[in-house]
Ligand binder design. Structure first.
Ligand SMILES: [Zn+2]
Ligand SMILES: [Zn+2]
Length: 248
């Protein structure tokens, strides 16, 4: 499901942050309470946010319960910000999902990661070449599209979690423009958006310029996400000028 109309205007996209971790994610800071996240988003003038905590393979379906915990925490809050409580879900191999489909369906927003290769349980290609990783990622993404479980891909194609190469960007260079175009179009046809993940863009601007322009040419929907683990990273507008230089 798309949460907004398509736009390629970074200032417009920066009114949303659809990738925020609360303190329920082990990696986020204790200050990331759902209440303070909403207050910070409102103070920054954001229109829409999504809380997207990590799932954990050893705590299957926990994100569904967490959604209720967050809803209870914010029950008495009044805000102008549209708040979605979703999760950053995992497809850790081709057709492999960490949670039940019922858990996914109970969430407001299903942001799927297909490249957390640093996790112990993540599957890797048999041959460890940049091209093999690119093909592996494409196959995982295709499986997620076919599953109907996702609303958006988190930091898609990002190779920063692959530690097999001197330059992780060799993996993003191994995707052809046609492959990117075909898979982005397919996701669009299934109403799945593509994330502009701020830290991923900053680490690999060369790839993300290509990604953004191919997506724009095809007419996909991009969602903005800062992958915030701190309150100071909730407002994407602070990164807009840098993003414009890197993506346009
Ligand atoms: Zn992630
Ligand atoms: Zn994240």
């Amino acid at each position: 499901m798309f949460l907004h109309e398509k736009t390629y205007d970074i200032d417009e996209l920066a009114r949303h942050n659809l990738h925020i971790h609360t303190r329920f994610s082990g990696c986020a800071k204790p200050e990331m309470t759902s209440r303070d996240i909403i207050k910070t988003a409102e103070a920054a003038g954001l229109e829409m946010i999504a809380m997207t905590d990590h799932n954990y393979i050893d705590k299957q379906n926990a994100v569904a319960q967490q959604r209720y915990d967050i809803l209870r925490e914010i029950a008495d809050m009044e805000t102008n910000v549209k708040v979605y409580i979703g999760a950053e879900l995992s497809s850790y191999g081709v057709g492999k999902f960490a949670d039940d489909i019922a858990c996914d369906n109970s969430l407001d927003y299903r942001l799927y990661t297909t490249n957390h290769y640093h996790q112990k349980y993540w599957e890797h290609p048999e041959v460890k070449t940049p091209r093999a990783y690119a093909e592996h990622m494409l196959a995982i993404i295709d499986g997620v599209i076919e599953s109907g479980r996702a609303d958006c891909f988190a930091h898609p194609f990002m190779s920063g979690y692959i530690h097999a190469f001197d330059d992780f960007k060799d993996v993003t260079r191994a995707f052809t423009d046609n492959e990117l175009g075909d898979i982005m179009k397919k996701a669009y046809e299934h109403e799945i958006a593509w994330e502009i993940n701020v830290p991923a863009v900053m680490k690999d601007p060369e790839f993300h310029k290509r990604y953004f322009n191919i997506g724009k040419e095809i007419g996909v929907v991009f969602n903005m996400g800062t992958d915030a683990h701190l309150l100071c990273n909730i407002d994407p507008k602070q990164f807009a000028d840098k993003l414009k230089i890197m993506l346009y």
